[in-house]
Design a protein around this ligand. Structure first.
Ligand SMILES: Nc1ncnc2c1ncn2[C@@H]1O[C@H](COP(=O)(O)OS(=O)(=O)O)[C@@H](OP(=O)(O)O)[C@H]1O
Length: 376
């Protein structure tokens, strides 16, 4: 059974979608959060955050919802032969994405934004001029404000300390694969080899991407400041990037490139079949396919072709289904009830409010279930 640790803003929704599709097809038992679609994030993961084992299942097969990692607690939930993998992204791009997406929810970022309005500068540049002045390390909602990838992996993300190398070595032992977003297709090939998946299983579309207008261009000075503020994320990334290339060499570099090319072809075929328009702004998307938005970032989605067969429709909707909608759908399939909502510190509420929520999800669910004739 795979377990994927979800890293904020690294491309993890794209990998999660793949596991959702795979798990749904195989009727896997998902270890879902008791509340909502994330494990009480940004608290450290605890086994009691997981909902009950579904009826008839002897163990959980897949766990892939948002969490801040605690390996020991996670091992209490998942079977012994679980494959652990996660995904890292260039720390500069990750931080820029985290900053843009969570400007309003991370207090350190929100304060920088307020100061920027006065100074008539960008919030990110004001933050990077003196990050320490905005950053209160005692405030848990500031977890993502510095070294967000280390934070999500449960490492000490606030500064270097003596146990860091050992903590890193533990992660190296625990994860069979650490994927690298900059080599996404090659990472997927290695994942496929690990889980016994073929190119068709691995075909994907890029999910949760911001519109071009939401992505900041970074000059050299900004990149330098981002790297020094997130120095531990840089260390983490460089360490696992090197490990990634060692794994790639073991697989065979030529073979990896050949397989990545085949995967790209399979993915492109599926995109040609399914997608009429990519990069579609939220206002143009129906509820079912509209990704969750924040106040500060526009996240784009996909419009499907109009004349799909029933079977294609089932596959294409799932391929492009945003995280919350797919999570809610699978939760409903697994338990026969709606996902529980609960306020968390980082509230990203369900896509529509409570009253409509059920109707929307049922409609979404029926749409999904009806179109491919799976039925529940
Ligand atoms: N395949 C692939 N390769 C490279 N990058 C990718 C891929 N898929 C998604 N992305 C980018 O990842 C960002 C979204 O990350 P997450 O899905 O992890 O976000 S979230 O934490 O779950 O909200 C988001 O980055 P930004 O657009 O910079 O915000 C996506 O564009």
């Amino acid at each position: 059974p795979p377990h994927r640790e979800q890293e904020e803003k690294t491309g993890s929704s794209t990998v999660q979608n793949l596991l959702f599709r795979l798990g749904e097809k195989e009727k896997a038992a998902f270890a879902f959060p008791y509340y909502t679609y994330q494990f009480a994030y940004p608290e450290r993961f605890r086994s009691q955050f997981v909902d009950e084992l579904p009826e008839g299942a002897a163990q959980f097969d897949i766990l892939c919802s948002h969490m801040r990692l605690d390996l020991a607690q996670l091992r209490q939930v998942m079977p012994q032969n679980t494959v652990f993998f996660t995904l890292l992204r260039d720390p500069v791009r990750t931080f820029e994405s985290v900053f843009s997406y969570f400007t309003a929810t991370v207090p350190a970022f929100a304060q920088a934004k307020a100061a920027a309005a006065v100074a008539r500068k960008s919030a990110l540049s004001v933050f990077l001029e003196s990050p320490e002045s905005f950053w209160d390390p005692g405030e848990i909602r500031n977890g993502l404000a510095k070294n967000p990838m280390c934070f999500d992996l449960g490492l000490n993300s606030q500064g270097w300390n003596a146990s860091w190398p050992e903590d890193l070595a533990q992660l190296e032992d625990a994860f069979q694969l650490v994927m690298i977003a900059e080599h996404f297709d090659e990472s997927l090939v290695l994942l496929g080899a690990l889980l016994g998946l073929d190119h068709e299983d691995l075909a994907y579309v890029r999910l949760n991407a911001r519109s071009a207008g939401s992505v900041a261009t970074l000059d050299e000075g900004t990149v330098g400041r981002l790297r020094s503020w997130n120095a531990l994320d840089v260390l983490l990334y460089d360490f696992f990037l090197q490990l990634f290339w060692e794994k790639a060499e073991l697989y065979g570099l030529d073979r990896l490139e050949r397989d990545a090319a085949l995967l790209r072809e399979a993915a492109e075929r599926l995109r040609q079949t399914c997608v009429a328009r990519r990069g579609v702004p939220p206002g143009d998307l129906e509820d079912l396919l509209r990704p969750w938005q924040t106040d500060t970032a526009t996240v784009v989605g996909y419009e499907l072709r109009a004349n799909l067969s029933q079977q294609q429709q089932g596959r294409c909707v799932r391929l492009t289904l945003p995280e919350l909608q797919y999570h809610a759908h699978l939760y409903f399939l697994q338990y026969g009830r709606d996902m529980r909502s609960a306020p968390t510190l980082f509230t990203r509420p369900p896509p529509v409010d409570k009253g409509e929520h059920g109707i929307h999800l049922h409609r979404g669910g029926e749409h999904l279930r009806g179109k491919d004739g799976r039925g529940t």
